[in-house]
Ligand binder design. Structure first.
Ligand SMILES: [Zn+2]
Length: 296
């Protein structure tokens, strides 16, 4: 399963605009509140999220209604967020979690992070207040409604004669290489964004861009769109303002990285990152390869 996917919670979005129904659900003894340390998940010994009872008469404006589980409501606290804390600080915990648990926590984290950055109206500058059970904010002055945003990011492999292109950003752990990535810009299709990012960051021309899979990424709220493409040539022109390094890696090199070999040419991305799933799909041939490309 791809990281941060597979959440089985019923989002019950029809209830979000019904404050009386939300209040009734919150008052039920079956209602549950997600336990967080700051915005990090609190986990039991098996890596599962911890839920607690809601306080008596909770302030609904301080809660996010995540959805229903077996008829009982699940809420997350609308807490302040330390926007300066790096995403990787929580990766150790995410590695302990099943993807569907991480998906639920990630939903809460994305929403909390969005609220933290949208206290003021982008239209007129006045203060905003949460509404829609935590799935929006409304301006106190001009009444503009603001909704949680998801930013599309393409993350992609280029293939050339049985090797894939991987890059390294300066903030990665030592030895880590991963798929190249970049935000989709206004006016672009996914395929065009992939081609532009490869041209900008690595100086290569690609064709036959194919979608493979997607993943929500809660740092703070991206939709990672994984693709694979064919490179016309393997000569690189690296943009060192974006990447520290980039290199072509053979099938054997990727296999060694997944085995954790000390001699592997790079340290594989963590299992919860879609780059990991994308590389595995390429390795297993579950993604169609370029016609005639050697497999080694
Ligand atoms: Zn406003």
């Amino acid at each position: 399963m791809i990281g941060f996917t597979g959440c089985t919670l019923d989002r019950a979005d029809n209830l979000r605009l019904d404050p009386a129904a939300i209040a009734e659900l919150a008052a039920s003894p079956h209602a549950r509140l997600l336990s967080l340390a700051g915005t990090d998940p609190e986990l039991d010994g098996e890596g599962r999220l911890i839920w607690s009872a809601l306080p008596a008469a909770p302030a609904l404006s301080a809660l996010i209604f995540l959805g229903l589980r077996g008829g009982a409501a699940s809420f997350a606290p609308l807490v302040p967020i330390d926007q300066s804390r790096p995403a990787y600080a929580v990766f150790r915990l995410i590695e302990m979690m099943a993807p569907e648990e991480a998906a639920l926590w990630g939903t809460a984290r994305s929403l909390i992070a969005w609220h933290g950055r949208h206290g003021f109206c982008a239209n007129c500058g006045a203060a905003t207040e949460p509404f829609r059970a935590g799935w929006g904010r409304k301006c106190s002055a001009c009444e503009a409604q603001h909704f949680p945003r998801v930013d599309p990011v393409v993350i992609m492999l280029a293939e050339h004669r049985g090797r894939v292109l991987l890059g390294r950003q300066p903030q990665y752990p030592k030895g880590r290489y991963s798929a190249l990535a970049g935000f989709v810009e206004p006016g672009e299709s996914i395929e065009e964004a992939v081609a532009r990012e490869f041209a900008e960051e690595a100086g290569i021309t690609v064709s036959n861009v194919r979608y493979v899979a997607s993943q929500p990424w809660p740092f703070p709220g991206q939709l990672m769109i994984a693709c694979i493409a064919e490179a016309e040539d393997d000569a690189l022109s690296i943009d060192f303002t974006e990447l520290e390094d980039a290199m072509w890696v053979s099938r054997a090199g990727v296999e060694a990285a997944f085995r954790g070999d000390r001699q592997a040419p790079f340290l594989a991305p963590p299992p919860f990152a879609i780059a990991h799933s994308l590389l595995r799909a390429w390795l297993e041939g579950s993604e169609p390869l370029a016609p005639g490309a050697p497999r080694n």
